[in-house]
Design a protein around this ligand. Structure first.
Ligand code: APR
Length: 240
């Protein structure tokens, strides 16, 4: 790793009043959670794109729920890693800090970050397909296909599936954070899923300094600095 690059990023971070961070599954890899498009990303024979859709849920809700129950169980035993911890410290040091995550694992909140936009929702809430009530749900005793306590309709995970829109409040908040930041740090995402895949370009067009941290750089634009390696190894080096 080029220490000049690390020094430059550290200096940019230290002098920035507004920092926005975008994370993907790679930041949780060191916690033992498989990424979607990496090794271990398949569940049974399915890819995420095949299960995380409204059509899959309509046709085979039991299979989709079984996948979510499996992920919830797996993730409930995992804890934040050093990369998550660094972002907590960064938030305390930065006057304007926004953490946009595509992850639904809840590890950023568990680590202690406050200003988090969970762009793709969370595994730890359900939403009723009938009355749309959103409820926090951390138990592991749910039936295979849980139903709403109020209207008895089927519950679904409170996540954003392929083909569904992002909650407008979360989208607006993300776009604002991309526009106003001086440093935009992208960690552990393959940058193939929209709209998050375009956030770096937006931040750049508004003058932000773009830094990517990834074992295999994947940003669609050329960042100012690309740090190749594991998030849990690199992020701790970025703190002064
Ligand atoms: N440190 C940093 N980066 C890593 C690490 C690590 N230890 N391990 C893997 N990566 C990188 C990979 O190189 C890859 O670029 O993390 C990225 C993970 O990519 P994906 O599995 O595609 O995850 P993500 O980009 O978060 O996926 C976006 O797709 O399936 C949907 O909704 C789901 O939120 C998810 C979205």
């Amino acid at each position: 790793m080029d220490t000049h690059q690390i020094d430059l990023v550290r200096e940019k971070i230290e002098n920035a009043a507004f920092i926005t961070v975008l994370t993907g599954a790679g930041i949780s890899a060191e916690s033992g959670i498989p990424t979607f498009r990496g090794e271990g990303g398949l569940w049974k024979q399915f890819k995420a794109e095949e299960l995380a859709t409204p059509e899959a849920f309509r046709d085979t809700p039991g299979i989709v729920w079984e996948w979510y129950h499996w992920r919830r169980e797996l993730i409930s035993k995992k804890i934040p890693n050093r990369a998550h911890d660094v972002l907590v410290i960064l938030e305390t040091k930065t006057p304007g800090f926004t953490l946009i995550t595509q992850n639904v694992d809840g590890l950023h909140a568990l680590a202690g970050n406050q200003n988090i936009i969970e762009l793709h929702g969370t595994l730890w809430k359900t939403r009723c397909t009938g009355c749309h009530r959103v409820v926090e749900e951390r138990s592991f005793t749910m039936p295979l296909i849980p139903t709403c306590g109020v209207c008895k309709m089927m519950l679904r995970p409170h996540v954003v599936w392929f083909g569904e829109g992002i909650d407008s409040f979360n989208l607006e908040g993300s776009l604002k954070a991309c526009r106003e930041c001086e440093v935009f740090l992208v960690v552990g995402t393959s940058s193939v899923v929209q709209p998050a895949a375009s956030f770096a370009a937006l931040a750049r067009s508004e003058g932000a300094f773009i830094v990517e941290v990834n074992v295999t750089p994947a940003l669609q634009i050329r960042p100012n600095i690309s740090l190749t390696g594991k998030a849990a190894d690199i992020l701790p080096q970025l703190l002064a």
